[in-house]
Design a protein around this ligand. Structure first.
Ligand SMILES: CC(C)(COP(=O)(O)OP(=O)(O)OC[C@H]1O[C@@H](n2cnc3c(N)ncnc32)[C@H](O)[C@@H]1OP(=O)(O)O)[C@@H](O)C(=O)NCCC(=O)NCCS
Length: 147
């Protein structure tokens, strides 16, 4: 079945939070996503749909000429099939359309799969924010990509 990438809407949020809860130690609530999608003018969120099922999603805030990636997750059933990379390219393409000149993100140093994916997508590590993640006290690796 083919994958469709479309902007996230409130009708997708049950599927999104199902994946969110399986993917992160401190998941965002459905309400947090709702605010992002409905009332954050700086936000862009995309879902990957297989049929009418949410298989993954990603989002960013566009601030001046920078795209700040806020989240990316793929349903465990659909991982290692190239979907994470495709979602990253959806964000990169949208950032270019909005005339961003660079993109940035934070990632846990223990998250090897995400680090590998971001490096493959052209992001470069530029240091750490010490004890950035409140839940585990882990540092965040800061990555940037020039567009
Ligand atoms: C990170 C994540 C989004 C990757 O999604 P995915 O659809 O499995 O990624 P892809 O299939 O597009 O993989 C692209 C590349 O990333 C790397 N990668 C992905 N998963 C990996 C893993 N488990 N181990 C090592 N490398 C991995 C590989 O280089 C892979 O290329 P390859 O398959 O040709 O070797 C997914 O594992 C996920 O949802 N994790 C939980 C949420 C999360 O950590 N999000 C990132 C927050 S910063």
């Amino acid at each position: 079945m083919s994958i469709n990438f479309i902007p996230m809407k409130s009708e997708h949020l049950n599927g999104v939070t199902e994946i969110e809860n399986q993917s992160f130690p401190t998941p965002w609530s459905k309400m947090a996503f709702y605010h992002e999608v409905v009332s954050n003018d700086f936000a862009f969120y995309v879902v990957a749909l297989k049929g009418d099922r949410v298989a993954g999603y990603a989002g960013m805030w566009v601030i001046l000429d920078e795209g700040h990636i806020t989240t990316l997750a793929v349903h465990p059933f659909y991982r290692r099939q190239g979907l994470g990379a495709k979602l990253m390219h959806e964000l990169i393409d949208e950032a270019k359309r909005r005339r961003c000149t660079k993109m940035t993100l934070e990632v846990r140093p223990s998250n090897h799969s995400a680090l590998e994916l971001y490096t493959k997508t052209g992001f470069i590590s530029y240091g750490v924010r010490p004890r950035y993640y409140a839940d585990t006290g882990e540092d965040a690796v800061i990555m940037w990509k020039d567009l």
